[in-house]
Write a protein that binds this ligand. Structure first.
Ligand SMILES: [Zn+2]
Length: 371
């Protein structure tokens, strides 16, 4: 199952290594969270009137009313008042990479940026995860724009500079900005698979979209920064565990959910990670879109798009058969991290204990053997 993805990653690495990497020898190799934290004070909010409270759809897993899985690769910010004359601004200093039109995205502007240390002026590099290659650039994409005032490719823009108007072009539904952040490449995974990796794409990883919350100012109130988990259904021999996952509606920064079965002496017996930015936990074999989870492992079931209260993202599901049932007394830990990945924005949830009356006849040796 992983093989397809690994072969694909190897191809991408090959393609990326072909081109010369000529960054400054003093450039630091940062994680993507560190890189965006470094430039946080230099970033600008992209809308004139619309605020955080106008975020209508978060980055990450969601499901259509038809039941089809979807992964929302950007952040939607709707107009302050419907059809208002809403100005849009560049989120950071950069150069217009492309002014274009896509059937779904409508009129689009793509701006190319670097990670420039505001203290030293040095351009640093970042990685999506530890196995991926370094990249010195990132892109901000503004979709569904009106076809007015967009700057031309090659023009320099500064953070907060006017770049055009919010609109409803393409498949937008209503007037809103769909803001995307792509790390190292303008291309998407599905483009890469359909067209084979090549240099014009500058591919650096298997899906380069990351949560645009990383470019917004970090809120100072710590409790407000934390995504949260509540238990809604007890994990039992015949029932999957269900956990309500939520965050503050103006700060949808949830990113990584880790499930662990922990022995009484504290050692971790089994673990599984879902990560929205790196797409860990997604099924890479059945779909080129990476929109569907591997559901025999712990996975995430989003609320239907239009039915959830703003602060609820969905349910984290732990299949009963995933738990290794032969270790009586084991407990479970779920750790939910924000896109920042910092300890202050982390939520840790402990629950359960494997009771001795559990039927262990269907012990899943595959997971038990991990111990
Ligand atoms: Zn969107």
């Amino acid at each position: 199952m992983r093989k397809v993805l690994l072969v694909f990653l190897a191809l991408l690495a090959l393609a990326a290594n072909v081109r010369a990497q000529n960054w400054d020898p003093d450039a630091l190799d940062l994680t993507y969270s560190e890189a965006f934290a470094m430039i946080n004070s230099e970033l600008a909010w992209p809308c004139q009137h619309a605020q955080r409270g106008n975020i209508s759809s978060a980055f990450g897993p969601r499901v259509y009313s038809t039941g089809r899985d979807d992964f929302h690769r950007g952040l939607d910010i709707y107009a302050f008042q419907t059809n208002t004359d809403e100005d849009l601004y560049a989120v950071y200093d950069g150069v217009v990479h492309q002014k274009t039109t896509w059937s779904g995205g409508g009129h689009i502007l793509i701006i190319k940026h670097h990670f420039t240390d505001p203290a030293t002026g040095l351009q640093h590099t970042a990685r999506l995860h530890e196995d991926s290659l370094r990249t010195e650039k990132w892109y901000s994409l503004y979709l569904h724009m009106r076809d007015v005032d967009r700057p031309e490719a090659g023009e320099t823009v500064t953070a907060g500079q006017y770049i055009g108007k919010m609109g409803d072009t393409g498949k937008a539904g209503d007037v809103h900005l769909h803001l995307e952040i792509r790390l190292g490449t303008t291309c998407s995974l599905q483009y890469a698979i359909e067209n084979e990796p090549h240099q014009t794409c500058n591919l650096m990883d298997y899906d380069p979209h990351i949560n645009p919350m990383l470019i917004l100012p970090i809120l100072t109130e710590q409790e407000h920064q934390r995504p949260k988990i509540d238990q809604t259904c007890e994990l039992s021999p015949n029932t999957d565990g269900e956990f309500l996952v939520r965050y503050n509606d103006d700060n949808p920064n949830g990113n990584r959910i880790k499930f662990e079965q922990v022995a009484q002496d504290g050692t971790v017996r089994v673990e599984h990670v879902l990560d929205f930015n790196t797409r860990e936990g997604y099924d890479a074999s059945s779909t080129t879109m990476l929109d569907t989870w591997e559901k025999e492992m712990p996975w995430f079931r989003p609320m239907p798009r239009l039915e959830h209260p703003d602060y609820v993202l969905g349910h984290f599901v732990v299949p009963s058969k995933f738990v290794c049932k032969k270790y009586v007394g084991d407990r479970f830990r779920i750790t939910f991290d924000s896109a920042w990945g910092t300890e202050e924005t982390r939520w840790v949830f402990w629950f359960g204990e494997l009771p001795d009356e559990w039927d262990t006849s269907d012990v899943n040796e595959m997971f038990c053997s991990i111990a």
